[in-house]
Design a protein around this ligand. Structure first.
Ligand code: G3H
Ligand code: 13P
Ligand code: ZN
Length: 317
């Protein structure tokens, strides 16, 4: 099957009360681990590529790996796995255009750091080009804390999305989905120990009332599994106090208007924890296949868990 847009996926997710996982991909092992999980769970899938991932792995290399995984999926699974390929946090019209021209089915233009009217102007420009080419667009209103594409936003500079702005933003830009800020943040340190790790689901509910049937996106949605943090710290790492979004909060959001949940840090944690453990237990091994194999398997297991227990999109492909 060809790469699809997120349009049908989101319509089904909205009506079905579940969300699709958008997993960041950077190399072959991550792509294979995620795909194997989606096949096993019959789950639709969004593979997303950041500007930094594209710079690291190269657009063509990533596209070919993604296309190969789609072919594998078809052969191994014997069914059509709906897969969208999405640009994560596009920061310019030119970057979005390059990804659209290069075969992505979805792009994000993230100008949430600009004043409202400037965010609208650039988002609209991307929407016009994307729609002319059959590609869908995610935009963002509100600012998440954390680190993304080399930009660091402190907790003080982050701000929740204002529900009173969303209708005008969507009408004026024509975007297909909207990322909002309700308390998630990028990276592995989302809350300080002792804080109440809750999302502002009341803001989500208010947004949903103003934008009925419109797909909402949550960034910064890793749950930072403590088993991986403990493994990292046990085997030579140093990540004290890494805390993520409780899975129960994400599950509630997925049952509401949230149709896409972004996960990157959890993949990094799973991979790093396994590799650290492997190195500690096999100091004489030096074949990358030996330590990347368990890392890939851990990614698969973790993504299967997300699909079944957090996103609720198992069996929806
Ligand atoms: O939201 C950001 C993603 O985690 C991508 O991170 O820019 O380091 O690839 P990256
Ligand atoms: P995490 O850092 O919580 O995995 O968020 C990833 C993300 O939002 C990618 O856009
Ligand atoms: Zn993000």
């Amino acid at each position: 099957m060809a790469i699809v847009t997120t349009k049908d996926m989101f319509a089904k997710a909205y009506n079905g009360g579940y969300a699709i996982g958008a997993f960041n991909v950077n190399n072959m092992e991550i792509i294979q681990g995620i795909t194997a999980a989606a096949i096993e769970e019959h789950a639709p899938l969004i593979r997303q590529v950041s500007k930094c991932a594209r710079a690291y792995a190269n657009h063509i290399d990533l596209m070919k790996l993604i296309e190969a995984a789609i072919e594998d999926a078809q052969e191994n699974a014997g069914f059509d796995l709906p897969i969208a390929v999405h640009l994560d946090h596009g920061d310019s019209f030119e970057l979005c255009k390059s990804c659209i021209d290069g075969g992505f089915s979805s792009v994000m233009i993230d100008k949430s750091g600009l004043p409202f009217d400037e965010n609208i102007a650039i988002t609209k420009q991307v929407v016009e080009y994307a729609h002319d080419h059959g590609v869908v667009v995610e935009a963002e209103l509100g600012t998440l804390a954390g680190v993304e594409d080399e930009v660091k936003v402190s907790a003080e500079d982050s701000s929740y999305t204002r529900p009173e702005d969303v209708q005008e933003f969507v009408e004026r830009t024509g975007c297909d989905s909207l990322a909002i800020a309700i308390g998630t943040s990028h990276g592995a340190f989302k809350f300080k120990p002792g804080m109440d790790p809750k999302l502002r689901l009341d803001i989500l509910e208010e947004v949903e009332k103003r934008l009925p049937n419109f797909p909402i996106v949550l960034h910064g949605s890793s749950s930072v599994p403590q088993e991986f943090v403990e493994m990292i710290n046990k085997y030579g790492g140093n990540m004290p106090g890494a805390i993520g979004i409780p899975e129960s909060e994400l599950r509630k959001a997925a049952q509401m208007a949230v149709c896409k949940i972004n996960i990157d840090s959890d993949l990094r944690l799973a991979m790093t924890a396994c590799i650290r453990q492997y190195f500690a237990e096999h100091p004489d091994h030096f074949d990358p296949r030996q330590y990347l194999k368990p890392a890939r398997a851990a990614i698969k297991d973790m993504v299967m868990h997300k699909i079944k227990d957090v996103l609720g999109c198992d069996g929806k492909a």
